[in-house]
Design a protein around this ligand. Structure first.
Ligand SMILES: [Zn+2]
Length: 80
């Protein structure tokens, strides 16, 4: 299963886009509004892009990685 998020077609912003009603302030948020606006770059569009939501999972490095690699026998006092 792939999660998707709405993104600005212009700059790719995913958090600062919202619908707006024509004739109202750009910051007005209304779920019924037909248009979208990106507050990051100011682009307006009918439909936002949809992109794959990326899971932020940086690789484990440093001392933590060594702990992950180690088995019980490698840890002093970890096994009798
Ligand atoms: Zn944008």
């Amino acid at each position: 299963m792939t999660e998707t998020v709405r993104a600005c077609p212009d700059c790719g912003e995913v958090t600062d886009i919202f619908r707006r009603m024509p004739g109202k302030g750009a910051s007005h948020h209304d779920e019924r509004a037909p248009n979208w606006r990106c507050s990051a770059c100011g682009a307006e569009f009918d439909e936002p892009d949809e992109r794959e939501k990326r899971a932020e999972a940086p690789p484990i490095t440093g001392p933590a990685a060594a702990l992950v690699e180690a088995s019980a026998e490698d840890v002093p006092g970890g096994a009798d």
